[in-house]
Design a protein around this ligand. Structure first.
Ligand code: FE
Length: 202
């Protein structure tokens, strides 16, 4: 492949995907049909805890992250696991048909799952929109904007004096001067090209 980075030019947004008992940050969301109850697809990594919850639950919500969001939603839902913290205790939510949606978002789309397609790394869930609302009519955060500003949006705490490699997808931290050639993120499975080096003096 000559330069795979062109795929980063696909326009995607930033969303908090929630279902009963869990949630995560997603960017691969598309509306795939029109009408009163359009179909909306969302891709979720198979290694993600939320994926297993979605296979049990029948509904999910997508809360749209605004461009002005301070990073709290992304930090809580993108960089941590429900296995470690209760994400819902960290952010204000509203219950819509049994699914918590983020109050500090531009609004939500609530979908009923009608299909799920597995590939090697992700599951594509297809949902029918059954409820939706707008909280704030402001500009949404794009995935490109997030990639450009993630150092300001997410405060990753690394140990002083040690070289850290941070997974730009899930926030996993690897300590060491270099990443092994065949390194894959143990948390989300991406290769070493998606890791960024951080060195902290003193
Ligand atoms: Fe990762």
């Amino acid at each position: 492949m000559r330069n795979k980075k062109i795929t980063r030019k696909i326009t995607q947004g930033m969303y908090v995907l929630t279902t009963k008992d869990g949630g995560c940050i997603v960017d691969a969301v598309s509306q795939i049909s029109a009408g009163d109850y359009p179909l909306i697809s969302v891709a979720v990594m198979k290694t993600n805890y939320t994926n297993s919850l979605l296979k049990k639950n029948r509904k999910f919500a997508l809360s749209v992250i605004g461009k002005e969001e301070d990073g709290k939603l992304i930090e809580t839902f993108g960089m941590k696991s429900m296995r470690e913290i209760d994400k819902f205790a960290e952010c204000e939510t509203e219950d819509i048909m049994g699914i918590p949606v983020m109050k500090n978002s531009l609004g939500y789309m609530l979908c009923e799952i009608v299909d799920a397609i597995d590939n090697d790394t992700h599951t594509l869930f297809i949902g029918k929109l059954i409820e939706a609302d707008v909280f704030k009519d402001e500009e949404a955060m794009s995935y490109g904007y997030y990639q450009e500003h993630k150092d300001d949006l997410i405060k990753v705490t690394t140990e002083k004096g040690r070289t850290a490699w941070i997974c730009t997808i899930c926030g996993y931290i690897y300590y060491g001067e270099t990443l092994p050639d065949d390194f894959k993120c143990p948390k989300c499975g991406v290769g070493k090209e998606l890791f960024e080096k951080k060195t902290k003096e003193n």
